[in-house]
Structures are given as structure tokens and as C-alpha cells.
Design a protein around this ligand. Structure first.
Ligand code: SME
Length: 158
């Protein structure tokens, strides 16, 4: 993994030890949006009652899609199929739910552990084909940090 990604990941892991899930999700959005070129909007949706609810985000503008059904969009697809979805050209994908006219590519990574999906990280880029395998690995590692936290909090509230 790129050095830049390694150092952001270490930072998120160490800050995460102290923070509750939603605070950590906010921090993740801020850090990725501010520190990674091409990550032009970053959001964390959490899966609650079979819908994805936007719980943290960073970017120039708010999205109208604050609640997304599992049957909708790239976000719904990633949660439903429990896999990373990397769309190099959103204009070519019929499943895409448009948020910003500037968006050209999108990466959605589930926050999941032991086959249970807790939510997902959604990143929009104004650049076409912005995300490669290194981005996927990086964002998956961040999703793992959030998944550990989500699992711990879910266990506590049971
Ligand atoms: N484009 C997403 C919707 C969320 S916005 O990008 C913030 C989708 O197709 O599910």
C-alpha cells in the first residue's frame, strides 16, 4: 500500500481506540476528503432497518440521498451483495443514483464483519476512473476498523 495510505490508516487506527463509532466515522470522512486527492465527497452510511442512513460525511455539498433502500443505487448494491463496488464511469452505470453533477467515478466499500454488514463507506470522485486496487485495499482496511467498532458497540447494546 502507498505510504500515504499507510500513514492515514495508522492514524485512523490509533484515533479509533478512543472514539465511539459515529465520531470515528466523522473523522474518517474528514481525513479522507481533506487528505486524499480525488476523494471529492466521502460519506459513511449505516445499515438500520434494511435501509442505509447517512451518518457522517465530508465534501463541498450535502447529498439529497440521506436514506437509501437496499434495492437502490451503487450503495444498495454494495450492501446487498456484500462486496466492494468500483464504478469507473458513473455515466455508464444505470444503477447509479446521481448526487452531484460533478461526479465521474465512485467507490463503495461495505463495513462488514463475519458476513454481517453494518454500513458502508461511499466515495465520489470528480475524476473518471479515480479508484484502483490500492484505493480499494486502503478503503477496505478503514472499513475493517469501523466494522470492529460497530461490532463492539452492537454487542454492548444487546
Ligand atoms: N451515488 C450513490 C448515492 C449516494 S451519493 O453518491 C452521495 C449510489 O448510486 O448509490
Amino acid at each position: 500500500m502507498k505510504e500515504r495510505f499507510q500513514s492515514l490508516l495508522s492514524q485512523i487506527r490509533s484515533e479509533g481506540e478512543e472514539q465511539p463509532l459515529i465520531q470515528l466515522a466523522e473523522r474518517v470522512c474528514q481525513l479522507l476528503y481533506r487528505q486524499v486527492e480525488g476523494y471529492d465527497w466521502v460519506g459513511v452510511y449505516m445499515l438500520e432497518d434494511d435501509q442505509l442512513h447517512l451518518r457522517a460525511w465530508a465534501g463541498d455539498a450535502a447529498t439529497e440521498h440521506t436514506v437509501i433502500d437496499l434495492g437502490e443505487g451503487i450503495c444498495g448494491l454494495a450492501a446487498r451483495e456484500k462486496r466492494t463496488v468500483n464504478v469507473p464511469d458513473v455515466g455508464e452505470d444505470d444503477r447509479y443514483l446521481a448526487c452531484f453533477t460533478s461526479t465521474r467515478s465512485e467507490l463503495v466499500v461495505p463495513i462488514m464483519k463475519d458476513d454481517e454488514v453494518y454500513g458502508e463507506i461511499d466515495i465520489d470522485s470528480d475524476k473518471a476512473d479515480n479508484f484502483d486496487r490500492e484505493d480499494e485495499a486502503f478503503v477496505n482496511s478503514i472499513a475493517d476498523v469501523l466494522a470492529d467498532k460497530a461490532e463492539t458497540e452492537a454487542a454492548k447494546s444487546r
